[in-house]
Each structure stands twice: as structure tokens, then as C-alpha cells.
Design a protein around this ligand. Sequence first.
Ligand code: FE
Length: 235
Amino acid sequence: MSDKTIPHPKTFVDKARLGLIKGYRVHEMRTPSQPVRVITPSQTIGPFFHLGLVREGDDDVACLAPGGPRAQGTPIVVTGQVTDENGGPVRKALIEVWQANTWGKYDHPDDVTQAPLDPNLKGWARMLTDNDGRYRFRSIKPGAYPNPGYDNWVRPPHIHYSIFAAGLMQRLITQLFFPGEALNDIDPILNGVEDMDARASLVARALPGEADGSLAFAFDIVLRGKLETPFMVEK
Ligand code: FE
């Protein structure tokens, strides 16, 4: 949820680089030039779509199997709540997250950077919100990485989110940013969110650390309304 106590990232300082994101090629490719034809009747996914989709250990980005060796990097725990327009909890929302490893490398063929892979990093997690709309996953803090082809800007550490819930016609995409990261101030994606409160809502709040030494962060998601989380077009 938007929290006015979160310090806003500074205004984007380099307008030329902000222009870069506005001409971001994939954004243009994502925008249909013609109205989309609806071929089949639309219908919501209903309340039961999640069955069988979440298995034990899926809520842990930082190991391949429960109890297995853990990925390198700073351990973190992320918790949050998914709420609707009226602040009510959204239960059984399916949240998927994915991220780079501690050196800023994705285990994906399109990641052509030279940083090493981490064999113990699953790189994604999947979980359902509980009856209070709350979720929780374990991970390691991802590293920053250069974005080749786009002025080599260095993306601040971030975690990608997909949210799917009953009543939605398609999943919603957003990104979690970490508080206190200097790179937040010059990230065209974060700073492309022009409303300052909305932008601040993408920066997780630091919580007291966990007993096991993990850093803890809160990241709430509002699906609709005045406090709506900024959602992005899928790449
Ligand atoms: Fe990323």
C-alpha cells in the first residue's frame, strides 16, 4: 500500500536517458495499432484455478529443493499483502517472482552478460496469498546488472512480480525495488512512473531482520483504485 513515509527516489536527473525509456523499443512493439479482436467470450478464471500449481518449497527462490544447498548472497525474506480497491484482502492470489542472482545474472539464454551463474539459485518462486491476502517468500538480494543495448544503464537490484487472481483477465506485472539504493534514482523504469507516491510504492519497506539473520522487506500490492500499484506492460 502506498506509504507516505517512504522517501521518494529523487527526480530523474538526466532527461535524455528518460527519453530513452519513452522510446523503449519493446514498449512500442507491445502496443497494438489496431483494436484487439475478441474471438472467444471472456470469462474470469474463477476461484479454483490455483489447485495443483503451488508445491512445497516453491516459496523459496534461493534453493532448488527444500533443505538443499542455498544460493550465495544476502538472504532476504519478503512479505506483503495484496488488497483490493477498498483495502480488503485478496485471498488466493497467485504471486510469481523472478530475479537475477547475487551477481546480477539471470539463468536465461537471453542474459548475455558475463556474470557467473549460481547453480543453487532457482531464480523464481510461486505462492498464494492467505485469507488475509498475505504472502511470504525467501530469497537472496539480487545484484544490479547492466541493460545492454539501452545505453548500458545499470538496473538497480529488483524482483519481478506477476500477480494473478480471481476476477483478473490477465496477470499483472510489476517490480519490487529495494530501499536506499542509489541506482533507484537513475533507473528509467522506476522513474518512468511519474506519480511520486506511486513510484514510492514500488520501493519495499525495510523491516526488522529475521532471527536467522535474513534481511526482511515488506512489499504490498494494491490491485485497483487511488493507491493502485503501478503495473507494467509485459516484456
Ligand atoms: Fe530484471
